[in-house]
Design a protein around this ligand. Structure first.
Ligand code: IPD
Ligand code: CA
Ligand code: CA
Ligand code: CA
Length: 257
């Protein structure tokens, strides 16, 4: 069986290739479709990237399962046994279309349910955040250290639109207590914010492909990745997730309870 080290090298090449595809075509070389409603976009580049990544993964790691957003993965994944690759071909499709900025390609490998490899490519800055469980987190070739354990009142906090507008009193208090509130529109870019210490926390409703890579990287750096009520997350389902420093997580728990 192929080693994790070799899978790591191949995955890095693959995600860079997908990033380059998006970068080269982002000015106008694509079509846009809507999915569930007018705010839910998919482009031909989302689909191309997913096909590219999944086709290669099937060659490199033929016995694995693939969970991905745009329909080129395995139809049904009921368990996390063996190798499971989780793919977000463009994270922040709306930003890709509207800003040509603040979007990512994300990939993760879970083995028997445990995060092993994680990748977030910030396409515009051409920076690859990657890591292997037990071996640290890197941006390109530079190792990242654990961010300072700041509390909510010393931290910028990111929250998605749905939660910000929900009117939930606890979420409102959390947002008010933070030193400032941010909304970037890409789970990947927001996770990079927490991993690098630019944000003290990020709260969002996340699907498996929004969460898988960032969770691996954040946990490897000693950050908290939990459901907002403090319970463990299930990578196969949609979760209301908090990614945060330990102190921000404690501060938020206090507001919620
Ligand atoms: C979305 C973005 C967005 C988050 C949504 C995600 P997509 O991913 O990460 O920031 O709020 O929940 O679905 O659809 O652009 O890959
Ligand atoms: Ca989407
Ligand atoms: Ca996506
Ligand atoms: Ca996404």
């Amino acid at each position: 069986m192929i080693s994790i080290e070799v899978l790591d090298q191949k995955a890095q090449q693959l995600i860079r290739q997908a990033g380059q595809n998006a970068y080269q075509k982002m000015e106008n070389d694509y079509q846009i479709d809507t999915k569930t409603n007018y705010t839910d976009l998919v482009t031909t580049i989302d689909r191309e990237n997913e096909q590219l990544i999944n086709d290669q993964l099937r060659k490199i790691d033929p016995d694995s399962q693939i969970l991905s957003e745009e329909g080129f993965g395995d139809q049904q994944i009921n368990n996390m046994q063996g190798h499971v690759w989780i793919v977000d071909p463009i994270d922040g499709t709306m930003n890709f279309v509207k800003q040509h900025n603040n979007f990512a390609v994300m990939l993760a490998l879970y083995v028997d349910g445990q995060p092993v490899l994680g990748y977030i490519l910030d396409v515009i800055n051409n920076r690859l955040y990657h890591g292997r469980t037990g071996a640290g987190v890197y941006v390109d070739n530079q190792k990242i250290s654990q961010p300072a354990d700041l509390g909510l009142r010393e931290s910028l906090l990111a929250m998605n639109r749905t939660l910000t507008l929900s009117g939930n009193p606890a979420l409102k208090k959390i947002a008010q207590d933070a030193i400032g509130l941010r909304m970037y529109g890409s789970a990947g870019i927001e996770m990079i914010g927490v991993i690098t210490g630019q944000l003290g926390g990020y709260i969002s409703n996340l699907k498996p492909w929004d969460l898988a890579a960032g969770r691996m990287l954040a946990e490897e750096l000693g950050l908290v990745v939990k459901s907002i009520d403090g319970s463990s997350i299930n990578v196969l389902s949609s979760n209301l997730v908090l990614v945060a420093t330990r102190q921000v997580s404690r501060d938020i728990r206090q507001i919620i309870n």
